[in-house]
Ligand binder design. Sequence first.
Ligand code: GLY
Length: 368
Amino acid sequence: MRADSRIADHCERVFATAQDKLRRLVTSHPDYLPQYTRGGKWKHDGAPWTNWCQGFLPGQLWLLYLHSGDAFWRGKAERYCELIEARKDDRETHDLGFLFWHSWQRWHDLDGGARQRDVVIRAGQTMGLRYKEKGRYLSSFVAPESAFIDIMMNVGIMFYAARETDDAALYNCALQNCLTSRRYLVRGDGSAVHEGVFDLETGAFLRESTHQGWRHDSSWARGLSWAIYGFSTAYSFTRDPRFLQTACHCADYYILNTPAHGICPNDWREPNPDRPFEASAAAITSSGLQDLAGIVGDPLRARHYREYACRIMESLAAPAFLASDDREWEGLLKQAAYHERLGLGVDESTMFGDYFFLESAAKLLKLI
Ligand code: GLY
C-alpha cells in the first residue's frame, strides 16, 4: 500500500474509533466534561489539578461533524460549547486558548457567527489580563511570578482578539510573552523549560522550574510539544521570523532526541522511566509539525516535518496506543499522562491527547 493511502487508512480508523468512544461518552454521561481516564474510564472522582481541558470535548465533536456531516455531532458540539461559555471571563486560568480556540473558534470558522466571534474575543481579552509588565509575561494559574511554556498555546487567542478589535496593547502583551518565553523558556539546545519564575519587583528572571517534568533543569516532553505548536501559531499571526526559528529549533530537538518510532517519553532526561511513552505529547507534536510544515518555506524542511508527523501517526495508530480493539477502554489514545508527578491520569487517556490525535488525523485528511 502506498504511504499516503496507508496514512489515510490510519486516520479513518482514528475517526471511526473516536466516533464510537465519543458517542458512548456523550450518551452515557451527558454534559460531563472529563479531563483524564482512570483505568480507561472517564467518570471518576480523581483530582482535576486545574480545569483546563473542557474545550477539547466540543473540539472533538466539531471534528467528528466535519468528518461525517452528521447533524448529531453538530448538535452535541454546540451543546458542549454552550456549557463552557461562561469561562470566557475566568481569571483563574491561563488556559483560555485551550478552552475556546478548538471549540468556539471552530464553531465560528464554520458559521461565521458574530456571537461566536465575540465569545472568542472576550476570552482573548480575559487572557490579556494576566500580563505582567515587569518581566513581560502572562502569569500562570500557579502564581503571579510564574510563566509556563504551555501559555504559548494560549497566545493565539490574544493575537486573534487583538486583530479583530484593532487592539495594539493586547497584541503587544501577546508578542512580549512570546519573546520572553523564547528567551527564558527555550534553551540553546532547543529543549523547553516548563516554568520560569520571575522577581515581581524587578521583573528579573530568577530560575527554571517544573511541575510535570523530571527535574527543574530537565526536558518535559509535553512542554516542548506546546512550544513547537505554539511558536508556529505565533509566527502565523505575527510573521516574526524569530518565532518560526524557535518552532524549528524545538521541532529539531524533538526529532533528534526521540527513537525512530516518534513517540517521546514524559521527559527525555529522566533515566530509566517507569513508562516509556507520553503519547499525548507525540499527538500534539504530530499536529504542530503539520502547521510548521505549512509555514516553514523551505520545501525540504517542510517535507521532513510532514513526514515525521506521519511517522508519529503511524506509530500511534497501532493497538498499543489507538484503543480501537479495546471495547472497554473509553478513551481514544492510550499511554498518555495527565500529570505524572501527581500520579493523575498516568498511562491513561486524556482529553487533550485524544483531541490532538484527532486534530492531527483531520489535518492529514485535509478536513481542516
Ligand atoms: N496544563 C497543560 C499541560 O498539562 O500540559
